[in-house]
Structures are given as C-alpha cells and as structure tokens.
Design a binder for this molecule. Sequence first.
Ligand code: NAD
Length: 282
Amino acid sequence: MEKLTVVGSGTMGRGIAYVAAIGGFQVSLNDVNQENLDRAKLYLETEMTKSADKGFLTREQASVALKRIEYTTSLEKAAGDTDVVIEAVFELMELKVDIFKKLDKICPEHTILATNTSTMSPTEIAAQTSRPEKCIAMHFFNPVHKMKLIEIVRGLETSDETMTKAKEIGKKLGKETVEVNEFPGFVTSRMNCLIGNEAMNLLMEGVASAEDIDKSMKLGLNHPMGPLALADLVGLDTRLRNMEYLYKTLGEKYRPCPLLIKYVKAGRLGRKSGQGFYTYES
Ligand code: NAD
C-alpha cells in the first residue's frame, strides 16, 4: 500500500494528511475549495516545522514528508491510482454518499474506501458503492498528529481483510486502534457529545461560567480538557451536525442544546472562527 488519498482538507483532513505523509504514504489531499487547500498547505508546513523545532521530528523527516503531499481540487487526479481513501468532508450523509459513489467509479478495484465520520453509518455509505466489503469507518481524533487513537468501525458488509488492512494502516500512521461494531456515534462520539451537550446546558441555565464548568471537569474529574474548550476545538458547526445525527438516530437524550444552535447561527464556530465558548486571538 503506497498511496493514500484524503478527501476534505479541513481540521481533520489536513491532520490525516500529516500523519500519512510521516507514515511513508504518498499523499494526495483533495478539496473542492482551493482556499481551504492553501490553508491546509500552510498549516502542514507550519505544524511540521514546529514539530521539528520541538524535536518530535527531524528536519529531514519533515522535509521528506512535506514533499510527499500533493494538493488538488481534482478528485480524479487524487484518487485514480490510489490504494486507500480517507474521506473527511462535512458530517452530511448526502455529501458522503455522493463522494463514495464517485470514488467507487474513479478508484482501482483494490482501493479501500474509509470515512472519518464521527457518528454516521458506514453501512449506509457503503451500500451506495459496488464494493461494500472494502468500505469501513476510520474515526481519527483532533489534533490528529497528537491523538493516539483511531476507532475502526465495521459496517455490515465490511470484510475481515478490510478490517485487517485498516488496522495495518493505523499502525503505519503511528496510532493505536480499537475495533467497534457499527452503531450511531460509535463509542467515543456517543459519550463525548453527551458530556459536551450537558456542559452547554449548564452554561445556558446559568449554573456556572464556561471557565468553571471546564475547570470542574479538569480538576474534579481529571479530564485533560474541559468539554466546552473541546467543543471549540472540534468546531461548533461540526459538533452540531454530530448532535443532529445522534438526535435523529438515538432520540431525545441527544437533542442539541439551544445555545449550541444559537452560536452556530451567529457564526461562532469555535477556534476556527476565533470565537465559540471562548475567544481566540488568531
Ligand atoms: P471541516 O469543516 O474543518 O472541513 C471539511 C472540509 O471538507 C472543508 O475544507 C470543505 O471544503 C471540504 N469539502 C466539502 N465538500 C467537499 C467535497 N465534495 N469534496 C472535497 N472536499 C469537500 O470539517 P472537519 O472538522 O475536518 O470534519 C470532517 C469530518 O471529520 C466530519 O465527518 C466530522 O464529523 C469528522 N470528525 C471531526 C472531528 C473534529 O474534531 N473536527 C473529529 C473526528 C471526526
């Protein structure tokens, strides 16, 4: 396996491109939006330089990895000769299905098609292709180059061979993996979305400030990061889409907090827009 294609160059896609290039893959990073691709290129150059400055990578490793990444708005160019695709576009079922249908036509027969969905059904996405046995979910965490886990989610038709290959890819990317049977939200998103939503409800009800809610979880329950700061890191638009899907599939418990909806309507998307539950300088 030599070439890995990432579709979507946002928060997650650029991070997956980072670990794939360091892991030795030829990487093609695809996005429909040229500006986002340019931003992703700048991010990758900056982050790899920082990692080299801090001694996590050698300068040689960073420079070789950066040369392994190509940036393109053409899905045909990105995926026509690839061995594995990891899709990381918005959390919208119609969009993911549309991309998988295109990939199914463009990619060679042996190519594995993985989605980085946080909540959605890989079975439903795979059913729209002629190769459901080669489809799987590989759920990465943010920031990808720092977080150790990939949750690998088996769809109904996913073959054992594809599961084994997904684990091998995870290992090549320097990650630990867990195997999960498909259910909305898997293990991590299902729990994390509930904690985050409850924190937002507490804030909306005026029970405590954002700082004190996060401090309570960090110092009282030993979470490394508060749930509101984490939601800002994820992106509030992305989190809202996750909550909407879980609400639709799992019911009332996952009704998105009205404060989250209000923030997204106002364009407060967390770190990426400079304001969410906290304000960010740049
Ligand atoms: P994002 O909004 O940062 O980036 C999405 C990117 O997809 C954008 O650059 C957009 O231009 C691109 N895109 C949209 N349509 C496209 C198309 N047709 N072809 C190619 N590119 C297209 O989103 P994100 O936060 O990176 O989330 C991506 C996926 O990863 C979602 O499914 C999300 O649930 C999942 N995820 C997110 C996080 C997180 O912390 N943000 C963590 C784990 C998983």
